[in-house]
Design a protein around this ligand. Structure first.
Ligand SMILES: [Zn+2]
Length: 318
């Protein structure tokens, strides 16, 4: 090994020993400022002291800055069509309108309902699910959306083959904003309109308020029937369907879980105003009955409001 140039070894030695050895007793104390042998104090160099005492403070400040950065832009909003396989299992944030009335069904593991609905952000549609344990908490927090509601969601994405969905585990992962009604329509006037056509650019999924007289009520729960169904006639001939899911009546306490009749349903002849999202199916005549046309999907029990009373409820009468 080549000999070290003269002076270097002495320099390193002198430089380190006056830092790591106690100047009072000469023994090695390493980074300690209080000698463990003679109990006397030996201040390290200024820059060493600054680094030593300021670094915990710097660490705290930096953690705060990281936390702030995460809160501020941790999960940037994504357009639904930009979501791809590489986002699988990631937390994603997106916002849009609920496409149709959410469905709730008894979950396989029991103990509650599984909730499922779709969200449309105009770039695409995405399915959102919540399992029994979270559906109950969402209902209690008033965070189960209705058709046409604007929702913002931060949740876990799962992609399996062609199936894309996000799963909500807690009510604070969704914020629901009830849309204001865009216009007020008479039931018969609405029945005469076609989607996308003037007047008023009436379109699917728009939130509207409609008034009319109840001409048909189906408020008895039957197998395979998931909604209470009404028909309203306005100041003309045509009528429009109105639907509210049984699950919604249950989750809002209008009926008990085992109830087979919604006693609070408006009766035939009652004049009511309803608010909800518009759904449209091409009208056709089936077995002599007119089917299709507009339906208003009511989101909340309170969105069916009486204007004046009718006869007591008579179910299944046209
Ligand atoms: Zn000492």
């Amino acid at each position: 090994m080549a000999p070290m140039p003269s002076g270097i070894e002495e320099f390193i030695h002198s430089h380190s020993t006056d830092v790591v050895n106690c100047p009072h007793c000469g023994r090695y104390v390493g980074p300690l400022e209080l000698c463990v042998y003679c109990r006397r104090f030996h201040a390290k160099r200024l820059c060493t002291r600054i680094v030593k005492y300021v670094s915990p403070l710097l660490a705290i400040v930096a953690l705060g800055a990281l936390y702030g950065l995460g809160e501020w832009q941790g999960h940037p909003s994504k357009a639904i069509k930009e979501i791809s396989e590489k986002n699988n299992y990631a937390y994603i944030r997106f916002a849009g309108t609920v496409c149709k009335a959410p469905s709730m069904y008894d979950s396989e593991e029991g103990g509650g309902k599984t909730l499922s609905f779709c969200v449309d952000d105009k770039s695409g549609m995405l399915e959102v699910k919540a399992y029994a344990h979270s559906t109950g908490r969402m209902a209690a927090a008033g965070q189960i959306p209705a058709s046409g509601d604007f929702v913002e969601i931060l949740a876990n994405l799962t992609i399996r083959g062609d199936d894309k969905s996000v799963i909500i585990n807690s009510p604070d992962q969704i914020s629901v904003r009830r849309s204001e009604a865009e216009q007020v329509l008479d039931a018969s006037a609405l029945a005469a309109l076609k989607p996308g056509l003037d007047p008023g650019q009436i379109r699917r999924n728009a939130i509207i308020t409609m008034s009319g007289t109840v001409v048909y009520v189906s408020a008895e729960r039957q197998p395979g029937q998931y909604s209470v169904f009404l028909r309203l006639r306005g100041k003309g001939e045509g009528a429009v369907g109105v639907s509210i899911p049984w699950d919604r009546l249950e989750s809002e306490g209008a009926v008990a879980a085992g109830d087979h009749v919604w006693a609070g349903a408006p009766g035939i002849g009652a004049e009511v105003s309803v608010t909800g999202a518009l759904r449209y199916k091409e009208p056709k005549v089936e077995k002599g009955k007119r089917k299709g046309g507009w339906t208003v999907d009511v989101g909340h029990v309170g969105d069916i409001a009486p204007i004046s009373g009718g006869s007591p409820q008579e179910a299944n009468r046209e």
